[in-house]
Design a protein around this ligand. Structure first.
Ligand code: C2E
Ligand code: CA
Ligand code: CA
Ligand code: CA
Length: 276
């Protein structure tokens, strides 16, 4: 079943049920939203587990709809992907996030900026050129940009490794998002030029009262370490979970325990009160 936004309301029906006319309408709405600048980027802190300092943020898009209010990504990203509009939307997110990151780096501290790449963006033949031009235009340190991909995007190993190698040549870091929910194994990660592994929040959710989940997360972390990957735990909501992850030597965490994704202004306040 499709996840709904936190307001519990799906703006659009799942893509496959849409008739052509509805599909066109959705496409028009998204295109207008882009023109009218209705998308906004929220930021969720990434915390170094050992020091509890915010060392980065993840950029997460929202749609500030004039009538319907704030619409969560799960309620429009699938439609944006299907219509192809995820490419200009995603490019706008990257540019906005990098520009914001540059400001924070200058005013506060060097901060890593994670940006999600959609499968369709990843398939664009000019993806490497676009990323490098954006970094140059915004004068952002490439090694502070972390692009997040998912396992399904790496199915075509030859193509994905070519793109990933190209991105690494620019100096950008790569994260494997939602790890554990797809098909790839830790074995296949060995052949991929990635830097970070993000353990999906479904493995973290119960970690404080499930020995099985502890065992899985422990195994993921120890294998990631042997592959020289940094590990980020997603969806940490409780102090007990954080303490457990610290014991397991997980590198970083994100989650409601510290903060949900928040507007740039609020993130700025958090950054100046670092550590949390
Ligand atoms: P994701 O990349 O896995 O992002 C993490 C999601 O988990 C975010 O949902 C975040 O709010 C949520 N989350 C963080 N900590 C916790 C926690 O402690 N508990 C729980 N229950 N949830 C937590 P969000 O912002 O609604 O985004 C959903 C998905 O939409 C993202 O999943 C990503 O796949 C997609 N998305 C968001 N922004 C973009 C974007 O700019 N481009 C693309 N292509 N996809 C995006
Ligand atoms: Ca992500
Ligand atoms: Ca994720
Ligand atoms: Ca996800």
């Amino acid at each position: 079943a499709k996840e709904h936004g936190r307001n519990g309301f799906a703006f659009f029906k799942p893509g496959n049920d849409l008739k052509n006319s509805q599909r066109l309408q959705v496409e028009n709405e998204l295109r207008m939203a882009l023109e009218r600048n209705e998308f906004v980027v929220y930021y969720q802190p990434r915390i170094d587990i050992e020091t509890r300092i915010i060392i980065g943020v993840e950029a997460l898009v929202r749609w500030n709809h004039p009538e319907r209010g704030l619409i969560q990504p799960n309620d429009f990203i699938p439609q944006a992907e299907e219509s192809g509009l995820i490419v200009p939307i995603g490019n706008w997110v990257l540019q906005t996030a990098v520009r914001q990151g540059k400001k924070w780096c200058e005013q506060l501290v060097p901060i890593k900026m994670s940006v999600n790449l959609s499968p369709l963006q990843f398939k664009q033949l000019d993806i490497i050129k676009w990323v490098s031009e954006t970094l140059e235009d915004e004068n952002f340190e490439p090694s502070l940009l972390n692009l997040e991909i998912t396992e399904s995007m790496a199915m075509n190993v030859e193509y994905s490794n070519k793109v990933l190698e190209g991105l690494k040549e620019i100096g950008v870091k790569i994260s494997m998002d939602d790890f554990g929910t797809g098909y790839s194994s830790l074995g296949s990660l060995r052949k991929m030029p990635i830097d970070y592994l993000k353990i999906d929040r479904s493995f973290i959710h119960n970690i404080d009262n499930s020995p099985e989940d502890v065992a899985i997360v422990k195994a993921i972390i120890s294998m990631a370490q042997s592959l020289q990957l940094q590990v980020i735990a997603e969806g940490v909501e409780k102090e007990e979970q954080l303490l457990l992850l610290q014991r397991l030597q997980c590198d970083e965490m994100q989650g409601y325990l510290v903060s949900p994704p928040i507007p740039a202004k609020d993130m700025e306040k958090m950054l100046s009160h670092n550590p949390f």
